[in-house]
Design a protein around this ligand. Structure first.
Ligand SMILES: [Zn+2]
Length: 476
């Protein structure tokens, strides 16, 4: 780690300062550390640094991974919408027991196997319209930073070496358990696997693992080996964001032990280390059981996007609050498909009409005049969106209420255009359409639901999906 680099990053003036109008709205987030909602205040005004734990790349990612990615993508987009200059880091674990096990089964090199699944993950992310983070570091590219942090931990007497392995001594860290509320005596890690008798406390965890035959390894002061799982996120977050940053995110299941161990490692390496807000998304369940690879009850993102348009899947994911559990439901996915395509159909109709009326739309730079209904509708939509989003990203039902009223108004205005009316009135209707559409599009954009192509192209793709489904259904 290069301290001068951290200093430079910290003091660098932000590219854009937070916009005045939106900064005034207090953004409130739930902080797992304090177990309450808090007003969001970045450490450096106008700038946000956030780190989110990514995936262990050894297979296709499942719907639970999609939920974490989409939840934090909405946060990333909303912070940018508020005018913040956001540095977003999401890692890939590409050195891990599961990857090595899978690679040994297939005879592939572990790093190349995981490189393949990192690529597949990014295909899914692009389909789900998740923006690329600023940095996507991988463990294999940050071994030096990891070794440096382990050295700091050992030098400060929080780590100890046994036969080429390095362990973190949890007893040395008095705040261990403060995020999860876990007490050391309640730690049940030893019940699942035989306790390594070389550990001073059964809860001590590996920072460095001595190499075993058939495993990738790197030289280190403690002998050849590879990093333990938790150290990568402490080392990579410190490398890209320094020891003090604003948001650390991930799935609920990472609170313990992963994030607890991260806090211990970072705190041991640097006493001043500090994350302001710990944010965690809820599980995706299937028949109300957590969806996970180990339980074998999961659907990969790819399996689902073969059946439903990725933007319908995204709609389904954000239609629940990010912290609540979300049950996989065909009925809800179908409902999401219908809802999103009604939205696109309405906006396409609006766009088609407006493109034929280009000559009638004044281009004089004057503020657009709208009907009283449109004015009220826009103001209600803006307020409702801001109220819900600023309350810990309450995206559930955000595309109902005022948003649906706006679409209804678009349809009414389109009907009015078909009738004969005075020139002034017609102009008012056209300008209302332009403004209501603009506001609705803004909402879709912040939620990541504004398609990169035309609404019609998405609808065509959706119809193809439906035809394929009917075909499969008829054959079976
Ligand atoms: Zn992590």
């Amino acid at each position: 780690m290069d301290p001068s680099k951290q200093e430079t990053n910290q003091n660098k003036p932000s590219k854009t300062s937070a916009k005045k109008d939106t900064q005034e709205a207090q953004f409130v987030v739930y902080n797992t550390m304090t177990q309450q909602k808090e007003v969001f205040k970045p450490k450096i005004p106008g700038k946000v640094c956030m780190y989110v734990c990514g995936v262990t790349a050894y297979d296709f990612s499942h719907l639970g991974h999609a939920r974490a990615a989409v939840s934090f993508d909405v946060l990333y987009r909303y912070l940018q919408h508020l005018g913040y200059d956001v540095t977003y880091v999401r890692n890939f674990t590409d050195v891990d027991d599961k990857i090595i096990r899978r690679a040994n089964e297939t005879g592939e090199d572990p790093i190349s196997l995981s490189g393949r699944f990192c690529k597949e993950y990014n295909v899914d992310m692009s389909d789900l319209q998740c923006l690329s983070p600023t940095h996507e570091p991988r463990v294999s590219g940050h071994i030096e930073q990891i070794k440096e942090m382990i050295t700091q931990i050992i030098n400060k007497d929080f780590g100890y070496v046994v036969d080429g392995d390095v362990f973190f001594a949890v007893d040395k860290f008095p705040n261990y358990g403060k995020l999860s509320g876990q007490k050391l005596e309640n730690n049940r890690a030893g019940e699942r696997v035989a306790v390594d008798s070389r550990k001073r406390n059964p809860s001590d965890f590996a920072l460095w693992k001595a190499s075993k035959p058939g495993e990738p390894y790197w030289d280190s002061p403690w002998g050849p080996g590879r990093p333990g799982w938790h150290i990568e996120c402490s080392a990579m977050s410190a490398h890209y964001l320094s020891f003090k940053f604003d948001i650390h995110g991930g799935g609920l299941d990472l609170i313990f032990p992963h994030h607890e161990n991260e806090i211990a490692q970072s705190g041991a390496a640097c006493e001043e280390s500090d994350v302001s807000y710990w944010m965690h998304n809820g599980h995706v369940t299937n028949n109300n059981e957590k969806m996970s690879k180990s339980l074998g009850n999961f659907f990969t993102i790819r399996q689902i996007t073969e059946r439903y348009h990725p933007l319908a899947v995204r709609y389904f994911l954000i239609n629940a609050h990010y912290r609540s559990p979300l049950n996989y439901s065909v009925v809800q996915l179908e409902g999401a498909s219908e809802a999103i395509f009604y939205i696109y159909q309405t906006l396409q109709d609006c766009q088609d009409s407006l493109s034929q009326l280009q000559e009638e739309i004044p281009n004089d730079g004057k503020p657009a005049r709208t009907t009283p209904d449109a004015k009220e509708c826009i103001s209600k939509l803006r307020n409702e969106f801001q109220t819900k989003m600023s309350d810990d990203l309450s995206t559930s039902l955000i595309l109902t209420g005022a948003f649906l009223e706006a679409l209804k108004l678009v349809n009414n205005l389109l009907t009015m255009l078909k009738k004969k009316q005075q020139k002034q009135q017609r102009l008012l209707v056209i300008q209302s359409l332009v403004e209501v559409k603009k506001e609705a599009t803004k909402v879709l954009d912040v939620l990541g639901l504004q398609p990169p192509c035309s609404y019609n192209e998405v609808r065509q793709a959706w119809l193809c999906c439906m035809m394929l489904l009917i075909h499969v259904f008829c054959k079976s």
